[in-house]
Design a protein around this ligand. Structure first.
Ligand code: C2E
Ligand code: CA
Ligand code: CA
Length: 524
C-alpha cells in the first residue's frame, strides 16, 4: 500500500479493554481524512484505515480547487448577472423614456419643438413675465401654397420643403432664446421670449415672410413659398399657452382671409367673429333642416334686344327672426363649414322646380344659371347627384348653366376637367363667374370647357366714357371672342355702362339697370 502511495493503519480491538491496538502502519501519519473498514475474523475485530498518499492528495485538492473556483466563478457571474439585470433594465427604461420624451417634444421631420414642448415653454415664460412688465410674442405661421406644391411635386419633395422652411424660420429668431415649433402639417409657431414691444414681433414677422419667400431650390426645381402669420402678445392676449395659440390661430385665419402672404395681430373682434361664426353654423344647420333657403332670380338679358335669355338663381335665407339674409352674410361660413354642400343641393332642386313652374306658366322653357360652390363641386358624387336631381324633376341638362370660378377649378384641375366633360356631354353649359378676380390665366381658360364668361362687377363699375377701365373690359371681351366664348357683363347699373358694353360687342348683361333679383311669386 505504501508503495502505491497510500497511508494506512491496521489495528486490532482488545477484547478486555475495547481499545484499538496498532498492529501495522505506514511511515507517514494517516492524517484526518481516511476511510475505515472493520473486518470480523475468528480471532477478533480488526480495522483498517486508509487515506490517499501525499501525491494523490495534492493532485486531488488541486482539481477540487479548480472545480471550486469554476463553480464559484460561475456562481459569482450569475449572481452578478441577476443583480445587474434590474440595473440594466432601469438604464434601458431611462434611455427609452428619453427617446419617447424627445419624440413627444420634438417633430421627427424637422427636429423642431413639438406643440407640447412649445406650450410648456410658453407657460414657463408667461410665469416668468407675470410679475414684471416684460412681454412675449407668439407667431403662428402657415404656408399659403404648400398643399398645391405637395400634391404636384410629391410628398418626398414636400418633406424636403418643410425642412428647408424649418431652417429658414430658425434663421430669423434668436437661437437658444426663442423657440420654434412645428405644429403639424405646414404650420409652424415661434415663441419670442426676448422682445420689448409689439414692434419687435412685427419686425420678425416681416423678416419671416421675406425669408420664406426667397426662391427654394429642390432637385433642379425652383419653388417660391408664401406664408401668413398670426401674432399674439402675452400676457395681453392670453394668460395661458392654449389661449395665446388659439388667438394667434384666429389672427392667422384673418391674415389668410385678407389675401394671404401677410401677418396680422390678434384683436378682440376676431374672437367676436369666431363666436358669431359658431352661432352662424348652428343657424345654418337649422335653416337646412327647416327649409329656410329660397331662390330669387335675376334676368340675364341680351344686350342688343334687352330680352331675358336666362336667369341667375341667387340664394336667400328667410331667417325666422332676422328676416331675409343675403349670401354675403352666410355663403362664406357655409363654405367653411361645408354646409354649402347640402344648401347647394337644395338650391339646385329649387331651380329645377322653378324651371318647371316657368314652363307651365309661359309655355316656354328658360335656362337657369346656378352658382356652384368649390366644396360642392369637389364632392366625389357631384356628377351623379346633379344627374339624379335633374332626372327627378324632369329637367333637361341644357336648361342648366353651372357658374364656376377659376380659383375653384384650379384647386384640382384634372378632377374639374373630368366633371365638366361628363356634364357637358349631357348638354349642360358652364360659365366662368367673376372673371378677373381670380388667377385669370388665359392659357388655362383655353383648356376649360366653358361656353361663357362673366366679367366681374368691379370691372363694369370702372367703365365710363373717360375711364381706362374701358380698355380692360374691351380686352377681356376681345380675348373671350377669340376663345369662342360669349360674354356676360355683371352689375350693370347705368345706361352709359350698358351702351358702352353693347358697343364693345358684349353679348349679355345683368344688373340693377335691367332688373333686381326677383322672387318666384313676382316672376310668375
Ligand atoms: P355672384 O355670383 O357674382 O352674383 C351676383 C351678385 O351681384 C348677386 O349678389 C346679385 O344680387 C348682385 N348684383 C346683380 N346685379 C347687380 C348690380 O347691378 N349692382 C350690384 N351692386 N349688385 C348686383 P347676391 O345675390 O348677394 O350674391 C352674392 C354672391 O353669393 C354671388 O355672387 C354668388 O357668388 C354667391 N351666391 C349666391 N347664391 C348662391 C348659391 O345658390 N350658391 C352658391 N354657391 N353661391 C351663391
Ligand atoms: Ca354667379
Ligand atoms: Ca359673379
Amino acid at each position: 500500500l505504501e508503495a502505491k502511495g497510500y497511508r494506512f493503519v491496521i489495528e486490532k480491538k482488545e477484547e478486555k479493554t475495547g481499545e484499538w491496538r496498532q498492529f501495522s502502519r505506514s511511515k507517514l501519519d494517516i492524517g484526518q481524512t481516511f476511510v475505515a473498514s472493520i473486518v470480523n475474523v475468528p480471532n477478533g475485530f480488526w480495522r483498517i484505515k486508509l487515506s490517499p498518499g501525499v501525491v494523490a492528495n495534492s493532485w486531488w485538492s488541486l482539481l477540487l480547487l479548480v472545480i471550486a473556483l469554476v463553480v464559484a466563478a460561475l456562481g459569482a457571474y450569475f449572481t452578478y448577472r441577476i443583480l445587474l439585470e434590474p440595473i440594466k433594465l432601469r438604464r434601458l427604461v431611462k434611455e427609452k423614456t428619453k427617446e419617447l420624451e424627445y419624440l413627444a417634444f420634438h417633430d421627427a421631420l424637422t427636429g423642431l419643438a413639438s406643440r407640447r414642448l412649445l406650450q410648456e415653454k410658453i407657460n414657463e415664460h408667461l410665469e416668468r413675465v407675470r410679475h414684471t412688465d416684460n412681454i412675449l410674442g407668439v407667431l403662428y405661421l402657415d404656408l399659403d401654397n404648400f398643399k398645391r406644391i405637395n400634391d404636384t411635386m410629391g410628398h418626398d419633395m414636400g418633406d424636403q420643403l418643410l425642412q428647408e422652411i424649418a431652417l429658414r424660420v430658425q434663421s430669423c429668431v434668436s437661437q437658444g432664446v426663442d423657440v420654434v415649433s412645428r405644429m403639424g402639417g405646414d404650420e409652424f409657431a415661434v415663441l419670442l421670449t426676448s422682445i420689448d414691444s409689439k414692434k419687435d414681433a412685427e419686425v420678425i414677422a416681416k423678416q419671416l415672410i421675406n425669408t420664406i419667400a426667397e426662391v427654394i431650390k429642390l432637385r433642379h426645381r425652383e419653388v417660391v413659398m408664401m406664408a401668413s402669420i398670426g401674432i399674439t402678445i402675452g400676457p395681453e392676449d392670453g394668460l395661458l399657452a392654449e389661449e395665446l395659440l388659439l388667438n394667434a390661430d384666429l389672427a392667422l385665419y384673418a391674415a389668410k382671409n385678407n389675401g394671404k402672404n401677410q401677418y396680422k395681430f390678434f384683436n378682440q373682434q376676431m374672437q367676436q367673429k369666431m363666436i358669431s361664426m359658431l352661432d352662424m353654423e348652428e343657424g345654418l344647420r337649422e335653416a337646412i333642416k327647416r327649409d329656410q333657403f329660397f331662390l330669387v332670380f335675376q334676368p340675364i338679358v341680351s344686350m342688343s334686344t334687352k330680352e331675358t335669355v336666362k336667369f341667375e338663381a341667387l340664394a336667400r335665407w328667410e331667417h325666422p327672426t332676422k328676416g331675409v339674409i343675403y349670401p354675403g352674410t352666410f355663403i362664406e361660413e357655409a363654405e367653411e363649414t361645408g354646409l354649402i354642400v347640402p344648401i347647394g343641393w337644395q338650391m339646385l332642386e329649387k331651380a329645377c322646380k322653378f324651371i318647371n313652374q316657368y314652363t307651365n306658366r309661359y309655355q316656354q322653357t328658360m335656362t337657369v344659371a346656378i352658382n356652384v360652390s368649390p366644396r360642392q363641386f369637389m364632392e366625389a358624387d357631384f356628377v351623379t347627384r346633379v344627374r339624379e336631381i335633374l332626372a327627378e324633376n324632369t329637367v333637361l341638362p341644357k336648361h342648366i348653366t353651372l357658374e364656376v370660378t377659376e380659383s375653384m377649378l384650379m384647386e384640382d384641375i384634372d378632377h374639374a376637367l373630368v366633371v365638366m366633360d361628363q356634364l357637358r356631354k349631357d348638354g349642360m353649359q358652364f360659365s366662368m363667374d367673376d372673371f378677373g378676380t381670380g388667377y385669370s390665366s388665359l392659357a388655362q381658360l383655353k383648356q376649360l370647357p366653358v361656353s361663357s364668361l362673366k366679367i366681374d362687377r368691379s370691372f363694369v363699375m370702372d367703365i365710363g366714357s373717360q375711364n381706362e377701365g374701358v380698355q380692360i373690359v374691351e380686352a377681356i371681351i376681345a380675348m373671350s371672342h377669340k376663345l369662342g366664348l360669349d360674354v356676360v357683363a355683371e352689375g350693370i347699373e347705368t345706361q352709359e355702362q350698358s351702351d358702352l358694353l353693347e358697343g364693345m360687342g358684349c353679348e349679355m348683361g345683368q344688373g340693377y339697370l335691367f332688373s333686381q333679383p326677383i322672387t318666384v311669386k313676382q316672376l310668375l
